[in-house]
Ligand binder design. Sequence first.
Ligand SMILES: *Cc1c(COP(=O)(O)O)cnc(C)c1O
Length: 347
Amino acid sequence: MSFEENIRKVVPYTPGEQPQKKVIKLNTNECPYSPSPRVAQAIKEMDIDALRKYPDPVCASLVSSLAKYYGLSDDQVFVGVGSDDVLSMCFLTFFAGQKPIIFPDITYSFYEVWADVYRIPYKVIPLNDNFDINVSDYICDNGGVVIANPNAPTGVAESLENIEEIVKKNQSSIVIVDEAYIDFGGESAVGLINKYDNVIVTRTMSKSRALAGMRIGYAFGPAKLIKYLNDVKFSVNSYTMNMPALLAGKAAIEDDEYFTEIRDKVVATREWCKKELKELGFTFRDSKTNFIFARPPKGNAKEIFEKLKENDIYVRYFNKPRINEYLRISIGTDDEMKKFFEVLKKI
Ligand SMILES: *Cc1c(COP(=O)(O)O)cnc(C)c1O
């Protein structure tokens, strides 16, 4: 017998490239603006001596700021190392049954990876040709449901009515709503956590709050589910959130004015980019996110992706069935997008 048989083997998630040279980076949906100046201040004023000690395992101050901001109680909030960590903990906690969990065929590709690594059976449900979900497909016997709303990489937002229907008709499984992009548009399901006991909503500070490098994610849910989530977290690693991240997250949440300003700038640039792309003959579903998932008129997405890259402009291309004629273009600053369109027109 070989030790190979004892090894947990998985096909890992492939993140977008992080080139070390200076490029126009429109490939991983980061925020093109700096984090709140209050974040810089909080880090600068951090007591370095306090790093001797472990950070607060329950992340109380960040949890309270989030609860206060969203009008929830502290026991309805969970925080983690980016929403990737939060979602991973959710998969580990809520999907321990035998029945397959379900999610769309075109969605955040990490879902498949977590299902694999935790040995969770899963079934993907095709979106329709417009990239919409068909609600009745989600009303079936299952071990759990995961929906990104707005969805990635399509940018399409589902109505709250549809999300509520899925939650309501799945009382015997947990429904996770991944709201990584909700600040840019769409209707949040956060209100459902006081109405149903089987729903978890996840969020991130990586996109709308310009803190991808700090790794801060969070989840909202009924207190009972948050307790289950914490029990699993404390069984894996008690100290997931480091002290700078706890301080930065709190500072970011408390600066609502700055948050609104940069979020609105991204949304305004996105609306302008939609017009430009339309004029160039690109087709796309309306985006409620900080990116546009668009098909060039000739469907030659791969070729355009490569040519943009030669010009130091990085967008995302997925060489996968059904979406291999699309480019996912993150929204940068107005200047970056002007440069992008200049180069795109030449191509
Ligand atoms: C970016 C993203 C995440 C993860 O974000 P973190 O940086 O780990 O917080 C989760 N879900 C979706 C759909 C995303 O696009």
